[in-house]
Ligand binder design. Sequence first.
Ligand code: BES
Ligand code: MN
Ligand code: ZN
Length: 498
Amino acid sequence: MDYSIENQPLEQLETDCIIVGIYTNQNLSPTAIAIDSAAHQIISNLIERGDIKGKNSETLLVSLIPNSNIERILLVGLGDERKLSYKLYLKALNAAIKAIKNKNFTTVACTLAEIEVLGVDVSLRTRKIVETFNSELYQITANKSIQPPAISLAHLQIVVDTEWNTAANAGLQQGLAISEGIELTKYLSDLAGNICTPTYLAQQAINVAKSVDGLSVNVLEESEMEALGMGALLSVSRGSRQPAKLICLHYQGDDSNSKPIVLVGKGLTFDAGGISLKSSSGMDEMKYDMCGGAAVIGTLQAAAKLKLPLNIIGLVPASENLPDGDANKPGDVVTSMSGKTIEILNTDAEGRLILCDTLTYAERFDPEVVIDLATLTGACLVALGRVPSGLLGNDDALCDDLIQAADTAADSVWRLPLWEEYQEQLKSNFADIANIGGRDAGTITAACFLSRFTKDFRWAHLDIAGTAWKTGANKGATGRPVALLTQYLINCAQKQHG
Ligand code: BES
Ligand code: MN
Ligand code: ZN
């Protein structure tokens, strides 16, 4: 699908359908007013007849617009004009797209960028229109011998007043880069575990780096991890026939030697739990245990496409966690790259084992900040459900920056405390630290474990166990938190370069 910004007057617009907002109390958006006066009060009449009231997310498709190259109008309710929040705006946008999705239109014009939303400028509204269309129209096509019917929509015209052209274009460029990053993340995440192995994921990262300017990659093999002393990471992959890979993406967007932002993503391509085997129900979803890694690859692609003036490094430890004769056993003690010894009381708490060595490895880049993202704990689903990602960290300013980026990107996070009192739960009688902290506060103790390896830099952790994919009838990856991270990077670039 391609996207364009359109400024021509309505009478010159040719489209299969134009999406137009209306409010309750018969209030009309600027375009609705224009159409109404050009086409014999068509919209006011529909409202008067009670066919649509303007309630948020209500839609009405109207055909046959007299004397016009606009074939149809989709009216979409926005609710009370004074109470239109960002969330309600996005909800209505979603409803509008759902209403036209299966209608076989080739060209659609969207005028919702003109709608005023408190704290959301034209550029961000345009970006969200692109992102929402893209994600609503996303289709899973890999490994299906019968392909779903192709989406007919080929062209989206984003209609704005000429004065907003520059802002809308900036939003369009961001929207495209973020959408492509999300799409790549979803694609990789949805792949089956037998296809998307650590080796395959590494090859995908190599392909992405080849196709995008400014991005390069190197992949550490097990022998190199051995030489670095990554005993925790390697102990996990020992239980699998697939060799582990440590994918290192580099994006050099800033000529000056500014310190890099390091993103670390858990890339567990399948998590059966190991000897502490998971129960079988829903275990297929553990192919999604590499969503953090996929989101790192997607975010670096987005940053490179936006040519952000930053230096960014993406690290993705990739491994399987399976019960083999050589797998970790409960009670085993391993030595991490940091030198700290770890008692593995539960082999299913493997994410932190592959992450801790990667976090230690991150030190050598002298990072400005390190942000890791991981489908780390089922406890995060218990605490926060599937709405926000969990956020924890050792630096308030960094956490605040991430919260702000999350609000802008509409990719929410909720911060949990990382207090000293919780560290006690990780005591081990036989090693420096245990890899589990008991039943209580599982998301926090997992982050506590990671915090032992992040003392030397500003660090934040995103637990995306509840947000990286959807379960049930619409099972599929979400591409979160690519939008949040890209926003964070955009904000960093703005801060550094004004
Ligand atoms: N990948 C899982 C976490 C997970 C579970 C994410 C379900 C999403 C849905 C992780 O490796 C894991 O198994 N964690 C354990 C930790 C426990 C053994 C302390 C968990 O959450 O049960
Ligand atoms: Mn696990
Ligand atoms: Zn896992």
